[in-house]
Design a protein around this ligand. Structure first.
Ligand code: FAD
Ligand code: DLZ
Ligand code: SF4
Length: 521
């Protein structure tokens, strides 16, 4: 019999390891829309539309290229509803001599794959996913013996390994421009009237429209709206999105990386994460294109380094970190945060204008940019002491680019300090001042960012001190933020009491999220 090659929804890459070198007449590709994947969390409707449509387009592309593709649709009569069940049925249908599958990107699915060798009579080969710049073994070797896994040092290894932005004089391993890191130039607040060229929107074609109808029918009660669906669902569209980013937004990507402007949902960000995570774009290709723009004098070094740092720095690092820290990371809660996620994270109904705007964008686009996720949605959850697993579920549900391997490290370790500082040297805790400096939200907010306590004060202000106070024993020794406590101690007892009372009054009026938003309960 042939070799059966199951391809999962985030493995939509023509030169996938399990396809490389295979004879088309000796291969059956299997793709399967399964109920379990679509419902283990109640994904944003746009994420299901994106994955199913991209899978269907990929199957058509493979068939056009002469591959034999066995595609099982969600509503196929005997669909078993799970990867293992559908592979078992396919083994019955095709009697393959072997199954070749690329390892899953998520711990949960990888556990299922690892049972296949004992479940199926034929041999089962699970191949490494070599679409990342660093292998899991490379990350493990790098992490060996380090108590703190600082991204910065891993990133420099990746720069040396790929040669990206290294000084062209070839002498030793010096970074182009003399610095490894241009972050300091990439924190410009938004100047009045800051506008970015709109990214391309991809009108749904017949396949996507068919999937939209299916999702509206079968997942009507899932989070988010489908109306604004605009994500690339093919490699060609993903390349067009990348072209538009390099042409229109790369130059200003760096300076305004951390800026937030009410109603400007994308600013100068690339909007390429969904395509990268599906496999429609290759991370190293993108970085080489960005570097070429710098070498040709078409884009400034700080923007190009900022972009490359995100992809061969953060994206590679969180993937390595995930596999290095699982399964413990999924349960981590070093700060013993135990407050339920507030209902407004799902409804967007809050007078905190920064949060309302980020949640609106999340509902409409299944997207929010990095600083909204880190310093608005993430920071609030950190300061309020929300249960990590409920925050992690929220982020996994609502974003079209969300997969456990990238979402969990960003939420648990970068934002919630739930890993106790293995990833981040300090909690990214911030008061309203940060948001006020980096956005234009506060001027039209019901709350006053200049007021520190009381019912009209920006809630981030008392919450910041409440957070620092309740974690003093753990954080005071942290050399990066320990000196803050001198300010707290100088305040005097009444002022401190005012802060703590304001925070607690605000926290007590938060309505917990109803059950069932993220998972069937
Ligand atoms: P750009 O700002 O244009 O960045 C370029 C690329 O770099 C992105 O496409 C992405 O692939 C990569 N990247 C940037 N930052 C990160 C990061 N911190 N970790 C990993 N890759 C990064 N990204 C996801 O892909 N999926 C997630 O589920 C996800 N969850 C997040 C949760 C939190 C709490 C935070 C703080 C960040 C999260 N990120 C996640 C990272 C980042 O927010 C998104 O990758 C980015 O907003 C995607 O938009 P973009 O393509 O315009 O990114
Ligand atoms: C995200 C997702 C969804 C919602 N549905 C499917 C599916 O029905 N079939 C499929 O092959 N992949 C799906 N995906 C992407 C998978 O969750 C992802 O490929 C695995 O979790 C591997 O990490
Ligand atoms: Fe957000 Fe506070 Fe500014 Fe309002 S005042 S937008 S709540 S940071």
């Amino acid at each position: 019999g042939p070799v059966l090659v199951p391809i999962l929804g985030d493995q939509l890459t023509r030169d996938l390891a399990s396809l490389r070198g295979r004879a088309k007449d000796d291969t059956v590709v299997l793709m399967m829309e399964v109920w379990d994947e679509a419902t283990y969390v109640r994904h944003h409707k746009q994420k299901i539309v994106l994955v199913f449509s991209a899978m269907r387009h990929f199957a058509a592309e493979l068939r056009d290229a002469g591959w034999r593709v066995d595609y099982v649709g969600l509503d196929d009569a005997d669909n078993a509803g799970s990867f293992t069940g559908e592979v078992a049925r396919a083994v019955e249908r095709h009697d393959p001599r072997a199954v070749h599958v690329v390892e899953a990107s998520e711990w949960r699915v990888q556990q299922a794959l690892e049972e296949w060798p004992d479940k199926f009579a034929c041999t089962v080969d699970i191949l490494p996913d070599d679409r990342f710049v660093a292998s899991k073994a490379e990350f493990r070797d790098w992490a060996e013996g380090r108590d703190a896994l600082r991204m910065e040092y891993f990133y420099r290894e990746m720069r040396r390994k790929t040669g990206l932005l290294m000084a062209k004089d070839g002498k030793g391993d010096k970074p182009a421009g003399g610095e490894w890191n241009y972050d300091s130039e990439n924190r410009k607040p938004p100047k009045d009237g800051l506008e970015a060229p709109a990214p391309p929107k991809f009108e749904p074609d017949a396949i996507t429209r068919e999937v939209i109808a299916l999702v509206e029918d079968r997942f009507a009660d899932h989070f988010g709206s489908i109306d604004g669906f605009r994500w690339p669902v093919t490699r060609e569209q993903a390349e067009a999105a990348a072209d538009a980013f390099f042409a229109d937004r790369l130059c200003d990507f760096g300076p305004y990386q951390d800026a937030m402007v009410h109603g400007q949902d994308d600013l100068f960000h690339s909007l390429l994460s969904t395509s990268l995570n599906l496999g429609l774009l290759d991370p190293l290709d993108l970085c080489r294109r960005a570097e070429a723009a710098y070498r040709e004098g078409k884009a400034p070094l700080n923007s190009v380094e900022g972009f490359i740092r995100q992809i061969v720095g953060w994206r590679e690092y969180v993937r390595g970190f995930y596999w290095h820290e699982m399964p413990g990371l999924a349960e981590a809660n070093e700060l013993e945060a135990d407050r339920p996620l507030p209902e407004f994270y799902w409804t967007g109904e809050t007078d905190m204008r920064c949060l309302a705007d980020a949640i609106r964008s999340t509902r409409e686009n299944a997207h929010a940019h990095h600083i909204q996720r880190l310093m608005v949605l993430g920071n609030f959850a950190l300061l309020a002491g929300i249960r990590p697993q409920e925050v992690e579920d929220w982020f996994l549900v609502v974003y079209a680019d969300a997969y456990d391997w990238v979402e969990l490290p960003n939420v648990a370790a970068m934002v919630l300090y739930a890993d106790g500082g293995r990833l981040a040297s300090k909690p990214y805790a911030a008061s309203g001042n940060y948001i006020n400096k980096m956005s234009n939200y506060c001027r039209d907010c019901r709350y006053k960012v200049s007021e520190k306590t009381g019912a009209d004060a920006c809630p981030f202000n008392p919450l910041y001190w409440h957070f620092m106070h309740r974690h003093r024993d753990r954080l005071e020794g942290n050399h990066r933020i320990g000196r803050i406590y001198a300010t707290w101690d100088r305040m005097g007892e009444d002022k401190r009491r005012e802060y703590l009372d304001s925070a607690e009054a605000f926290l007590d009026q938060l309505e917990p999220a109803a059950k069932g938003w993220a998972r069937d309960q």
